[in-house]
Design a protein around this ligand. Structure first.
Ligand code: AMP
Ligand code: MG
Length: 487
């Protein structure tokens, strides 16, 4: 098996990382391998058996051409700045170039300590590894920019958390691992020259069209802001709660990264928080746009030395870009909400319609994902699904009447409209009770529920009768669903 490595970060960015190595796992065995992703990356695994894959994607054997390294980064965690974070449990093997020319990082997560591990063990437990695998694959299938999982390998070692768990390593594929926190690290410890070097590298790698801009660092800020607005709008449109939007978990590529305590909500509640450590609801569902805004302000601060070096007037322009975020976000979000509701043209009434919808969904505790599919069914003349979601059949009658009114402004065939809605509103998401069931079984050695769920969430939009049970929310539980960071 050969990797087309071309390790540009290692080559061009000395001083921005630390050399590191994987710890040898005692008995690696393959839990999952992402063949569709391997094909997309141009990795030829036809001649590799499971044992070979397990050795390669646990760090036991180093592929030819790898230059393993740990990235340095800083970050605001729950609002507090840590100037020294870095990859404490992750190891970049290198970058590969896919057949279409796209460049990807190949990173092991959970492969042992690095110079940035501080007091951590550098390891990962099987549950969080498989959660990352499942949820990032679901996000990819939903069309959300995201890192992806190429492999999950059990190490054969135990990892001590609140109790001992089987250890595992996930191989993460990302268009890069450059984070807001990477910029913060070099702004905090070094200064303009390093920030400029990192910004130039980022532009070359991700946004070559910006290289000729009058102030490329300002252009980078503007582009990353636009990508984050789109990303968080897509999260909200799917009921996704990332859970730990610290600046070290914000990729400048605009990909969703760091699937720690993330989860999708079933019954709609704006203040939903799943993470055990998010006691104040900083990263609740509805606060995600504000937190994205806050994170982008931190990104602007880190870029300021570079922006200023090109043109002092750029500082004011950067401030204007940050101030524009709420309006930019609302536009991105309303666009998505309109598509979810089958509305084509923008109209002044859309905002009120959407606000009214969220108030009703919350008041009536409606299943968020199921609701939009039920609306499409209504367009096809079937009121059954929506009535099944509501406490009383006509509980949302006033809102539905308002929605009809907005629809009638456009002359579109209802069947076509319903099909378009079903193309953006998933039927299958990784429901919490299903994820939990899959992870518990996997920890006990049974991968079948994981494999079944993975197959379902890879096909989120097209209904299958044998998958009906995957489309329904879990039982309304006495205790809320709680997730943990501890990969
Ligand atoms: P996260 O909360 O996943 O974004 O991680 C925050 C920081 O803690 C990063 O620098 C991680 O590399 C580090 N970290 C988290 N878990 C571990 C661990 N088990 N061993 C070493 N470092 C860790
Ligand atoms: Mg992180």
């Amino acid at each position: 098996m050969n990797f087309a490595f071309d390790n540009s970060f290692h080559r061009d960015m000395e001083g921005f990382y630390a050399h590191a190595e994987a710890a040898a796992p005692s008995a690696p065995s393959l839990l999952a391998f992402n063949h569709p992703l391997a094909r997309r990356l141009g990795l030829d695994v036809a001649d590799a058996d499971d044992a070979t894959l397990a050795r390669l994607f646990s760090g036991q054997a180093l592929p030819e051409g790898a230059d393993p390294l740990a990235f340095a980064y800083a970050g605001h965690q729950f609002g507090h700045f840590s100037s020294q974070l870095g990859d404490g449990r992750a190891l970049l093997l290198g970058e590969i170039i896919a057949p279409d020319g796209a460049r990807f990082d190949v990173q092991l997560k959970g492969s042992g300590p690095t110079p940035f591990s501080r007091n951590g063990d550098g390891k990962a437990a099987i549950g969080p590894v498989l959660r990352e695998y499942l949820v990032s694959e679901a996000m990819a299938a939903l069309g959300v920019p995201t890192t992806r999982a190429l492999a999950a390998v059990a190490t054969g070692d135990r990892v001590q958390r609140e109790r001992a768990h089987p250890g595992a390593v996930v191989t993460r594929i990302a268009s890069s691992h450059i984070r807001v926190g990477t910029f913060q690290f070099f702004a905090a410890h070094f200064g303009a020259e390093h920030v400029i070097q990192l910004s130039d590298y980022t532009v070359r790698r991700h946004f070559p069209d910006l290289a000729g801009a009058a102030n490329p660092h300002l252009a980078l800020l503007e582009r990353v802001v636009a990508l984050q607005c789109e990303l968080v709008a897509s999260w909200l449109s799917l009921g996704f709660v990332h859970g730990v939007m610290n600046t070290d978990n914000v990729a400048v590529s605009g990909e969703t990264i760091d699937y720690g305590p993330c989860a999708f909500m079933d019954r709609f509640a704006a203040e939903t928080v799943f993470s055990s450590i998010d006691a104040n609801g900083r990263y609740s569902y509805a606060r995600q746009p504000q937190m994205m805004h806050w994170n982008m302000a931190r990104f602007a601060e880190a870029l300021l030395p570079a922006i200023h070096a090109v043109d002092p007037a750029g500082v004011e322009q950067a401030k204007a870009r940050i101030d524009a975020i709420p309006a930019l976000f609302r536009t991105a979000w309303l666009d998505r909400m309109r598509r979810k509701l089958g509305l084509g043209r923008a109209d002044d009434g859309d905002g009120a319609l959407v606000d009214g919808l969220f108030a009703d969904l919350e008041r009536l505790q409606v299943d968020f994902t199921g609701f939009f599919r039920a609306l499409a069914a209504l367009l096809r003349g079937d009121a059954g699904p929506i009535e099944a979601l509501l406490p009383e059949p006509d509980a949302m009658a006033p809102w539905i009447a308002g929605w009809w009114q907005q629809l009638e402004r456009e002359d579109v065939d209802p069947i076509e409209r319903a099909a378009a809605m079903d193309g953006v509103n998933p039927l299958y998401i990784p429901r919490n009770h299903r994820v939990e069931e899959a992870l518990v079984a996997a920890e006990a050695g049974d991968m079948a529920p994981f494999e079944a769920l993975l197959e379902v969430v890879r096909h989120p939009f097209v209904a299958r009768t044998d998958w009906a049970a995957y489309a329904t929310p879990g039982p309304a539980e006495a205790a809320p669903y709680v997730t943990f960071c501890g990969t």
